[in-house]
Design a protein around this ligand. Structure first.
Ligand code: G3H
Length: 226
C-alpha cells in the first residue's frame, strides 16, 4: 500500500533536521512522494532518490493572488516532481467561478507538466461547491483532486456537517463523480488517515486499485499503514 502513500510533514514548527529525517524515512519506506512546505524543498531535494518530492503551494489557505500562486508553482516545478496546490477557497466560497477557473488554469499551466494535485478542502465545501470545483479542477488539466490540507478548522466544518478527517464515503463520492464525468483525474485522500484498516477502506472505496497515478493517501504517519 505504501506505493500510493504521500508521506507529509507539514507542521510549521518542524525543523530542517526533522524534515531531513523524514526524507530518509520516506526513502526507507518507499512511499510515492514526500510532501513538504516550500521552505524545506532545497534541503530535501538531494536526499530523495526513488521517492518523488512533493511541495505544497499556498498552503493551507489558498488565499494568495493568482500571480503569486502561478509564480510559486513555476519556480517550485523546477525542483519538485509534484505540486499540491490549495484551491482558491475564498473565491470558491464566493461562488466566483470564472475567477476560480482562471486561477486554476493559470496555476496548472505554470507547472509545465509536473503533477498537480488541487486541494479542494472538502471540510469547507457544500455539495454544490464541491462538484462545481471538481469540474473546474478537471477543466484546468490538474492530475488529482486532493481532499484536504489536513489543517481544516473543526468548528466551521461542523457547521456544514463535514468531517475534517478522510472517510471512505467521501472518497467513494469523489471517485464516483470522476467516473460519471469520464475525467482522467486521480483521487488523493488526506487528513487523519491513521490505520491500515482505514487506509484499506478508503482505497477500496475509490476503486482505482493501487495505481499511484490514480490513487494517493496523504498522511503524516505512514508507518501505521505499512
Ligand atoms: O497530506 C496532508 C495532510 O496534512 C496529512 O496530514 P495528517 O496525516 O497529519 O492528517
Amino acid at each position: 500500500m505504501l506505493q500510493v502513500v504521500d508521506y507529509a510533514l507539514l507542521k510549521p514548527y518542524l525543523t530542517v533536521e526533522d524534515v531531513a529525517r523524514g526524507a530518509a524515512r520516506a526513502e526507507e519506506l518507499g512511499v510515492a512522494s514526500f510532501c513538504v512546505n516550500p521552505v524545506y524543498a532545497q534541503y530535501v531535494r538531494p536526499l530523495l532518490r526513488r521517492v518523488r518530492l512533493c511541495v505544497v503551494v499556498d498552503f493551507p489557505f489558498g488565499a494568495s493572488q493568482t500571480w503569486e500562486r502561478a509564480q510559486a508553482v513555476s519556480r517550485l516545478a523546477e525542483v519538485a516532481e509534484e505540486l499540491d496546490v490549495v484551491a482558491p477557497i475564498g473565491l470558491v466560497k464566493s461562488q466566483r467561478w470564472v475567477e476560480v477557473r482562471r486561477d486554476l488554469v493559470s496555476v496548472v499551466g505554470a507547472a509545465g507538466g509536473r503533477v498537480v494535485k488541487v486541494i479542494v478542502e472538502e471540510p469547507y465545501l457544500t455539495d454544490e461547491e464541491r462538484y462545481r470545483l471538481y469540474d473546474i479542477v478537471a477543466e484546468a488539466g490538474a492530475h488529482f483532486i486532493k481532499s484536504s490540507t489536513g489543517f481544516a478548522e473543526e468548528a466551521y466544518a461542523k457547521q456544514l456537517g463535514n468531517p475534517t478527517h478522510s472517510t471512505p464515503e467521501r472518497a467513494a463520492a469523489i471517485a464516483r463523480y470522476i467516473r460519471e464525468r469520464g475525467y482522467r483525474l486521480g483521487v488523493k485522500m488526506a487528513g487523519g488517515i491513521r490505520t491500515r484498516e482505514q487506509a484499506r477502506a478508503i482505497i477500496e472505496a475509490i476503486g482505482f486499485g493501487l495505481d499511484p497515478a490514480r490513487v494517493r493517501l496523504g498522511t503524516s504517519t505512514p508507518e501505521a499503514l505499512a
